[in-house]
Design a protein around this ligand. Structure first.
Ligand code: GLU
Length: 471
């Protein structure tokens, strides 16, 4: 039975057993685009029934990451707060004889599995406890024997139409009597999801392909409980560059790692949207509003989507360049110690064009904000110049720059004054290198005139003198 609900309601249902993974974040995004495109509801449901592996810390990470991405949810649920609801439905399945208590011990089950592996057959529960009599069950319970609750899987074909992959068919005899709860108050994933999707009137389940084998189990449960069926769409898996499932081996995988490195939300949204959603055409820059406007499930590809970090960096560069200096300075603040916003803005302006992620700003600009630089005095030496020659150059620079008026202290003016000096010999590096090295203490940086402008006269002279003193 397929649900023809009028209202579009989708859910993102992360388990707080790890930080928000990019693959999951993309599922959240696609749900969000889909709902907002159509004027439906986007629901956040924390699936924390696995008490051993769920933590509040991970839940916070998930919530903060979603908030940072700008995915506002319309409703919020936490499964651990809904235990009574699950217990009610578990009781019903048990009463109706559609589920049963299984008293097999871990060892027995393991032995059974091993036998199946050795015999080359599928690993399916044998159904040993399927037909225990009332008395046997009572006796087992009275003896305090441990049990779990299994679903009595009917033997049938399960078919559904996946909105991305088309018709999908499973044979439930290959699934067997799967477990749905540890006990009445400890439901397991497949069961809790079915109850929630029904009670929350979910119209479309949009989730990762890794869940596709759960779908027939969920459909069987829906049928047993006489629930309507949501529509399903399974998103292609996110792959690393070597075409295996994106994992820690490939580097950072959680949204918060990327936040820390200084990627912008616009970047990650744009990037993840195009991992699996292929609108056709050349357009590669999409804002959230455009994604909501253009998104449709039929443009989601079936094949795996390959994560490409160069592309992520490229997009971040695009969005960084779109920021005003004020905005960028605010964004860079956490990566720097200075509190001087004006100087920060000037320093950042030298690098905005080539910045790929915000965290790079530390290495690129921290020299501006230090009182004294630490570097090896060898850095000041250009090619085969002697110490003495470099000292002379620094003295000369000191003298010339002392005479520049404060209000004329800018890149153009400094260039106008110093370039003729630099051009006097046959190698301008003899003047410009020691100057730049003295001002930055680095092998590579922005040019000396720009740097001097940002440093200001006093700091520039101070650094030239510090360099002179080292030689
Ligand atoms: N809680 C599941 C997970 O985090 C998702 C369940 C679903 O979307 O059905 O993988």
């Amino acid at each position: 039975m397929t649900n023809e609900l009028k209202e579009i309601r989708v859910r993102f249902a992360p388990s707080p057993t790890g930080k928000l993974h990019l693959g999951n974040a993309r599922a959240a995004l696609f749900n969000f685009f889909f709902a907002k495109h159509i004027g439906g509801k986007f629901i956040l449901r924390i699936e924390d029934t696995d008490l051993e592996r769920s933590t509040l810390e991970f839940e916070d990470d998930i919530i903060e990451s979603l908030t940072w991405l700008g995915l506002e949810w319309d409703e919020f649920y936490r499964q651990s707060a809904r235990i009574e609801t699950y217990a009610k439905y578990l009781g019903k399945l048990l009463n109706d004889g559609k589920a049963y208590r299984c008293f097999c011990t871990e060892e027995e089950l393991e032995k059974e599995r091993q036998g199946q592996i050795d015999g080359g057959s599928l690993q399916i529960y044998s159904g040993k406890c399927r037909n225990l009599s009332e008395e046997e069950i009572k006796k087992n319970l009275a003896e305090g024997k441990k049990s779990i609750i299994r679903f009595k899987s009917p033997s049938q074909k399960v078919r559904f139409v996946d909105l991305i992959r088309g018709e999908v068919e499973f044979d439930s005899s290959l699934i067997g009597d799967f477990s749905i709860a540890k006990d009445l108050v400890t439901p397991l994933y497949n069961f809790a999801v079915v109850i929630d999707d029904f009670e929350m009137k979910i119209s479309h389940v949009i989730r990762g392909e890794d869940h596709i084998s759960n779908t027939p189990k969920q459909i069987l449960l829906q049928e047993a409980l006489n629930f309507s069926q949501p529509k399903y769409a399974h998103l292609p898996i996110m792959l690393g560059p070597d075409r295996t499932k994106l994992s820690k081996r490939h580097g950072d995988t959680s949204v918060s790692d990327y936040i820390q490195q200084g990627y912008l939300p616009e970047t990650l949204i744009n990037f993840m949207a195009l991992l699996g959603w292929n609108p056709g055409g050349e357009k590669e820059i999409y804002s959230m509003n455009e994604l909501i406007k253009d998104f449709s499930l039929d443009k989601v590809q079936k094949g795996g989507a390959i994560f490409n970090i160069q592309r992520l960096d490229y997009l971040n560069g695009v969005y960084i360049r779109q920021k005003s200096l004020d905005e960028l300075a605010e964004l860079c603040r956490p990566y720097l110690t200075t509190t001087d916003k004006e100087q920060l803005k000037k320093a950042i302006s030298l690098y905005q064009e080539r910045l790929k992620k915000l965290s790079e700003i530390t290495e690129l600009t921290e020299f501006f904000f230090k009182d004294a630089l630490e570097y090896d005095k060898g850095l000041l030496i250009w090619k085969d110049m002697t110490n003495g020659e470099v000292k002379e150059v620094l003295d000369k620079l000191d003298k010339i720059l002392c005479d520049v008026e404060d209000k004329a202290w800018n890149k153009a003016k400094l260039e106008e004054i110093l370039m003729p000096e630099a051009e006097k010999g046959n190698d301008r590096g003899r003047l410009l290198w020691p100057l730049r090295a003295a001002l930055t203490g680095k092998k590579a940086s922005a040019g000396p005139f720009e740097v001097a402008e940002v440093l200001g006269k006093e700091k520039t002279l101070d650094r030239i003198r510090q360099a002179r003193a080292m030689l």
